[in-house]
Design a protein around this ligand. Structure first.
Ligand code: CA
Ligand code: CA
Length: 1013
C-alpha cells in the first residue's frame, strides 16, 4: 500500500508541471556561453556552477518548474556540483537540469585532458602534471587505463572485469578462520613461487592486491609493500590481511615505474609532477584523449538533515563521466559517507535521475547513503564503474550507537536501467546494493558483467555464534527486485551468488524481501578462482538470510549451484514459487518478454534489446514405430541464434526434452495409436513455440520375452533370471520351463517382480559357472508370445548384484547391467545416456534435476549383511543419486547422495533419519568423484576416490536392507519431493560383500586412467 503512495508521488511526467498559467524560470547554459551573460537561450551561461546559482535564486519563489537547459557539449567540472536544501524545488515544483539535445548530449566530466606528451623510452611517454597531484585511475578516449602492475593485466573476453593474471602465494602468514577475532594490525608476508620474481622497482608507492586466507577469493585487500627479498622470494607488507595469507592466495603488485611495460599502464611520480604512460592506442598521446580525474564526487545532493532535505530536483539526459577512485576506502558501501560517486545523495528526497548515462566512475555510479526517500532512477545507462552501480545504504545507528538511526532509505525506485562492467577496480562490488533499506523497488533492469554481485542485500543481524543478534541498524525489508535480467556476474571471486543475501535478518522478524521474475545466466569466475564456485543465488550466514521470497526465478549455467544456502535454514525457509532449483519448475510461469529493459529505454543508449520471436513449429515431423515398444521421431531442426531446445509430448504429456532434432520414445505399448507433439524454443529464456504434431500406431507385440541375464546365489540354491519385459505369471512360475547346466533340479519358481523369476535349485556343484536356458515362458502381450527354445545364458558372478559400466551405451532407452545379472534400468522422464561426458571420456547418465531418472528392478537389494555401493558422480546440486524407497519411510529403505546437515559438501547413505556421511567437502560440485559406501559387519565407511572419507559409522541394528521397491537412480520414491539429482552418474555398482580399500582404489583408478588421452 505504501509503495502505491510512493508511486503516485512521482508519477507526473516531465514538463507537466511547467505548463499552464504558472510558468517557471528557464535558464540556459552552454560550453560556449559566458557566466557574465544573462543565462537566456540567446546568451547562455558558461558553467553549471553559475547556472546553479541562478536556479537557486529562481527557486526561492517557484510558480512553475525551474528548467536549466544544458546545450550539447562537454562541461568539465573542477569541483563537485553540490546541491543543498537551498537548491530544492518548492511549492510542488521542481528544479530540472536537462540535456537540451537529448540523452547523453550534455556531458559532465570530472577530468582534465593531459597533453604536452614527450617520449620517455620504450614506448613510454611522459607529461607534466602539477606536483603533488594524486589520482588512481586514468582514461584514454573514454577507456579505463590501469596503474602499472606485475604481472600484467590479462583480461578474459567473457569476464572483462576480472583482473587476472594473478600470482599465487607459495606460503605466507598463518591463515585465520575465526571470523570473530579482532582485526589484525601486525605486518604480513608472503612467499612467491620460483620464476615469478617481480621486476626491480622503487617500492615507495607499491601496493599488494591480494585475496588472503589461502583461497578466500571474495575480497581483494590492498596493502602497502615494505620490502621484497628476492633471495627468500618474500614480500613483506605493512599490515596482514584479515584472513592471513597461507599458500594459494592470488595476488598482484601495483604502482611502480618498474612495472610499467604494457600498453594501458600508467605511473604517477607525484613528487616530480610527471605522469608516465604506455598508451593503449597508437599515435601521439596528445591526440589519444588522455584525461586524468580530478573529482571523486561529481554531483552531491545533501540537505542539512533528514528534516531539511535537498529535494525535488531532477537530472534528465546528462552524461556523467570520469571520476577518480580512492583505493584506501573499504570494500563496500558501508563507508559511503566518505565515498565517491557520480551522483551522491544524503538527506535528500524526491530526486529524479532519468535517461542519464553514467560512465567511467572511479567509484560508484549512484550512491544513496543515509536518509534518502522517494528518488527515481529511470532509463539510465550505468557502465564501467570502479565499484558499484547503484547503492542504497543506511547502515547507521542513532547517536549513542544503541538504536537504529531515525534516517530512512525508503520508497526509492531503480527502474528500466542498464548496469554493466561494475567492479573494474574493486573485487567486492555489485550492480545494485540494498543495505538496511526498506520498501525500495528495483525493476526491469539489466545487470551484467559484475566482478561480484548483481544484487546484494544486507540488514540488521550481526555475527552470531549463539542466539540471534539484532544490530542497532535499520532493518532491510519490503524491497522488491523484479523483472531483472542478470548475466555474467561473479567474474573474479567465489563464495557468492549473483543474487546475494547476507546478515539480513533473524527468523520470524518479518524482514522479508521479494525477488520475482528474474533470469540469471552464466554466473562464473575466471579459472584462477579456487574458492567455492559462483552460484546463481547465495543465502549467506547461517540463519541470517531466512524467509526471503523467490517467485518465478530461472537460473541457468551457474558455475556452482542455482541456489546455495549457508546452513540449511536460509534455503529451507525461503518462500518459493516456480523457481528453477525446485522440482516442478515451469517456464510457463516466467514472463520472459517482460524481463529486463522496457520499450521506453532510450534509443540513444541502444534501446531495449530486440525480442526474439517465438520459435516456429518444427517442420517435417515424422514418427515411426520401430517396434511395438519403440517410436522414433525426427523433424527438421529449427534455426536459432541461441541454443534450441525441443519438448516432446505424447498424448499431451511431456516425455522428453532434447537439443537434437530426433527422439526415441521407449515408453509405448503394442497396438495403440499415439499422438506426438514437438515444440521448440530458442535461447535460454523463452517459451516453447507452436507445436508440430503427428500420430503413429504401434504394431502388435510379436516378440517373445528374452532373458537379459541370470545370477546364482552364493549358496548355489537360488538362481535369478531376468527378462526384458514383464512375463506371464502362469508360465513363468512353472519349474519345468527352466533347464540348468551342470544338471540341477529346479524345485520351484517365483515372480518377485514383473520381469524377474527366482528359482530354487538343488544339486548345483560349488564351483564353475552354471548356465540356464528357458523355454515356454510367455509375455503379457495380446498374442501371448512364448520363448520357443532359449539359448544358454551363463550365470553372473555371485557377489556382484549390479553393475552399470560407464562405457555401456543405452540401447532403446535402457542402462545395461554388464554384470550379466539382467538388472537393466529403464530411462524415464527424458533421461539420456550420453557418450563422451563420463569420467573416462565414455558414456554417463545425464540427469536434469527436474524430471529425469532411471529405474531398475525391484529385487536388487543391498541385502541383509555386508555390501558395497559404488558409483561415479558429477554433482551440479543436491539430490538423491540412487535409492530404494524413500530412505526415511522404513528401516529397510535407503537413499544415497544427500549431504548431511552440518557437513557441507558431503554425500551420505540415509536410512530412516540416520545419515552415514563422507567427510566435509569430500564431493566437489562439477567434478567427477568415485563415491562408495561399504558395510562390513556392524561398521559402515564412505570412500571417495578410493580412500576412506569421514569417520567409520556404527551400523549395529541397521537392516536388513531388503525391500520390494524399484531401484531408482537420480531420485527417491517420495512423490511430494523426489529430490531429483542434477548432474551425471556412471559406473553404478552393488556388491553383496565388502570390497577392500585396495579393490575400491582400483575401482576409482581404472576409470581415471581411462580418462587420460
Ligand atoms: Ca606491467
Ligand atoms: Ca513381447
Amino acid at each position: 500500500m505504501r509503495l502505491f503512495a510512493a508511486a503516485a508521488m512521482t508519477i507526473v511526467t516531465w514538463g507537466g508541471r511547467a505548463r499552464g498559467d504558472a510558468p517557471g524560470a528557464a535558464i540556459h547554459v552552454s560550453p560556449s556561453g559566458d557566466d557574465a551573460a544573462a543565462g537566456t537561450s540567446g546568451a547562455p551561461f558558461r558553467t553549471l556552477h553559475r547556472a546553479q546559482e541562478a536556479a537557486r535564486a529562481a527557486a526561492k519563489d517557484m510558480r512553475g518548474d525551474v528548467l536549466v537547459s544544458l546545450a550539447p557539449g562537454v562541461y568539465r567540472l573542477d569541483r563537485a556540483l553540490e546541491f543543498t536544501e537551498a537548491d530544492s524545488g518548492r511549492n510542488g515544483f521542481r528544479v530540472i537540469y536537462r540535456s537540451a539535445g537529448g540523452p547523453g548530449k550534455a556531458r559532465l566530466l570530472g577530468s582534465v585532458p593531459v597533453t604536452g606528451w614527450t617520449e620517455h623510452r620504450d614506448g613510454i611517454w611522459k607529461a607534466a602534471i602539477p606536483t603533488g597531484t594524486v589520482f588512481h585511475t586514468l582514461y584514454e578516449d573514454g577507456r579505463r587505463l590501469h596503474k602499472a602492475r606485475f604481472p600484467n593485466l590479462e583480461t578474459d573476453p567473457d569476464m572483462p572485469v576480472a583482473l587476472g593474471r594473478y600470482l599465487v602465494s607459495a606460503d605466507g602468514t598463518a591463515v585465520r578462520t575465526d571470523k570473530a577475532a579482532p582485526p589484525v594490525k601486525t605486518p604480513g608476508w608472503l612467499q612467491y613461487p620460483p620464476d615469478d620474481d617481480p621486476p626491480a622497482a622503487d617500492l615507495a608507492k607499491v601496493r599488494l592486491h591480494v585475496y588472503g586466507g589461502g583461497k578466500c577469493d571474495w575480497g581483494r585487500e590492498i596493502r602497502r609493500v615494505t620490502s621484497i627479498d628476492r633471495a627468500a622470494r618474500r614480500i613483506e607488507f605493512a599490515q596482514d590481511t584479515s584472513r592471513g595469507i597461507g599458500a594459494g592466495a592470488r595476488f598482484f603488485l601495483e604502482d611502480a615505474m618498474g612495472f610499467l611495460d604494457a600498453p594501458g599502464e600508467f605511473f604517477v611520480d607525484t613528487a616530480a609532477g610527471v605522469l608516465y604512460l604506455k598508451p593503449a592506442g597508437r599515435g601521439h598521446p596528445d591526440r589519444l584523449g588522455i584525461t586524468r580525474p580530478v573529482l571523486s564526487r561529481m554531483i552531491q545532493i545533501r540537505g542539512r538533515s533528514r528534516d531539511a532535505c535537498a529535494s525535488d530536483l531532477a537530472f534528465d539526459g546528462l552524461a556523467l563521466e570520469e571520476t577518480d577512485n580512492s583505493p584506501p576506502e573499504a570494500l563496500w558501501a558501508y563507508t559511503g559517507l566518505t565515498d565517491g560517486a557520480l551522483v551522491w545523495l544524503n538527506n535528500a528526497a524526491r530526486v529524479e535521475i532519468r535517461r542519464c548515462h553514467l560512465r567511467n566512475g572511479g567509484r560508484s555510479g549512484i550512491l544513496m547513503i543515509g536518509h534518502n526517500v522517494g528518488h527515481l532512477v529511470e532509463g539510465c545507462w550505468i557502465e564501467h564503474m570502479g565499484l558499484n552501480g547503484v547503492s542504497l545504504c543506511n547502515r547507521f545507528s542513532a547517536p549513542g550507537g544503541q538504536a537504529p538511526t531515525a534516517d530512512r532509505c525508503e520508497f526509492n525506485r531503480i527502474l528500466n536501467t542498464r548496469i554493466h562492467h561494475v567492479g573494474e577496480l574493486h573485487s567486492y562490488a555489485e550492480c545494485v546494493t540494498a543495505f538496511n533499506v526498506a520498501s525500495n523497488e528495483v525493476g526491469h533492469c539489466e545487470l551484467s558483467r559484475s566482478v561480484r554481485y548483481a544484487v546484494t542485500v544486507r540488514g540488521n543481524t550481526g555475527a552470531q555464534y549463539g542466539p540471534p543478534v539484532t544490530t542497532p541498524h535499520p532493518p532491510c525489508r519490503g524491497n522488491r527486485f523484479h523483472h531483472l535480467r542478470v548475466w555474467r556476474c561473479g567474474q573474479d571471486g567465489g563464495d557468492m551468488g549473483a543474487l546475494h543475501c547476507a546478515a539480513l535478518n533473524n527468523p520470524g522478524d518479518g524482514n522479508v524481501n521479494v525477488f520475482e521474475q528474474i533470469t540469471v545466466a552464466d554466473t562464473a569466475a575466471i579459472a584462477s578462482v579456487r574458492d567455492i564456485a559462483p552460484d546463481g543465488i547465495f543465502l549467506d550466514w547461517p540463519k541470517m538470510a531466512v524467509e526471503q521470497v523467490f517467485r518465478n526465478v530461472h537460473i541457468v549455467r551457474p558455475q556452482g549451484l542455482e541456489l546455495r544456502s549457508h546452513g540449511v535454514d536460509n534455503g529451507a525457509s525461503a518462500v518459493t514459487e516456480n523457481v528453477s532449483w525446485m522440482p516442478g519448475f515451469s517456464g510457463t510461469g516466467m514472463a520472459y518478454s517482460d524481463i529486463g529493459l522496457t520499450a521506453d529505454f532510450p534509443a540513444e543508449f541502444g534501446g531495449r534489446p530486440a525480442q526474439e520471436p517465438p520459435a516456429p513449429a518444427p517442420s517435417r515431423l515424422r514418427a515411426r514405430a520401430e517396434a511395438h515398444n519403440r517410436v522414433e521421431l525426427t523433424w527438421r531442426a529449427v534455426p536459432g541464434r541461441g541454443p534450441v531446445e525441443y519438448v516432446i509430448r505424447r498424448d499431451g504429456v511431456a516425455v522428453g526434452r532434447t537439443g537434437e532434432p530426433r527422439f526415441t520414445d521407449g515408453g509405448v505399448s503394442e497396438s495403440r495409436e499415439f499422438r506426438y507433439e514437438v515444440a521448440a524454443r530458442v535461447g535460454d529464456f523463452a517459451h516453447f513455440g507452436a507445436a508440430a504434431s503427428c500420430t503413429v500406431a504401434t504394431p502388435p507385440d510379436r516378440a517373445p520375452p528374452a532373458v537379459t541375464g541370470a545370477r546364482v546365489s552364493t549358496d548355489r540354491r537360488r538362481v535369478r533370471v531376468a527378462f526384458d519385459e514383464p512375463v506371464d505369471p502362469a508360465s513363468a512360475v512353472d519349474p519345468s520351463r527352466y533347464r540348468i547346466e551342470p544338471p540341477a533340479t529346479v524345485r520351484s519358481a517365483e515372480l518377485p517382480a514383473p520381469s524377474i523369476v527366482v528359482l530354487q535349485v538343488e544339486g548345483l556343484p560349488s564351483n564353475g559357472i552354471p548356465r540356464v536356458a528357458v523355454a515356454g515362458v510367455a509375455d503379457r502381450a495380446a498374442a501371448t508370445n512364448r520363448i520357443a527354445r532359449g539359448a544358454w545364458i551363463a550365470m553372473a558372478a555371485e557377489d556382484v548384484v549390479l553393475r552399470y559400466e560407464p562405457l555401456a551405451g543405452a540401447g532403446g532407452g535402457r542402462m545395461v547391467d554388464v554384470s550379466g545379472g539382467g538388472g537393466d534400468a529403464a530411462l524415464r522422464g527424458g533421461a539420456v545416456v550420453e557418450e563422451g561426458i563420463g569420467p573416462d571420456g565414455g558414456a554417463a547418465l545425464r540427469l536434469d534435476g527436474k524430471q529425469e531418472f532411471a529405474e531398475g528392478p525391484e529385487d536388487l537389494n543391498l541385502g541383509p549383511g555386508d555390501f558395497t555401493l559404488a558409483m561415479w558422480v558429477w554433482r551440479e546440486g543436491g539430490g538423491v543419486v540412487v535409492s530404494k524407497g524413500n530412505g526415511f519411510g522404513r528401516p529397510d529403505q535407503w537413499s544415497f547422495g544427500l549431504g548431511k546437515d552440518g557437513v557441507p559438501g558431503s554425500m551420505s547413505l540415509r536410512i530412516t533419519n540416520a545419515y552415514f556421511a563422507t567427510a566435509e567437502r569430500a564431493v566437489k560440485d562439477r567434478q567427477w568423484a568415485h563415491v562408495a559406501f561399504v558395510r562390513k559387519g556392524t561398521t559402515g565407511q564412505c570412500y571417495v576416490n578410493g580412500l576412506p572419507s569421514g569417520e567409520p559409522h556404527d551400523m549395529a541394528g541397521i537392516g536388513p536392507l531388503v525391500n520390494d521397491r524399484p531401484l531408482r537412480i537420480g531420485r527417491r520414491e517420495h512423490e511430494p519431493n523426489p529430490m531429483f539429482f542434477k548432474g551425471r552418474i556412471a559406473g553404478l555398482a552393488i556388491w553383496s560383500r565388502a570390497l577392500s580399500s585396495a579393490e575400491l582404489r582400483r575401482e576409482a583408478v581404472v576409470a581415471v586412467r581411462r580418462a587420460a588421452p
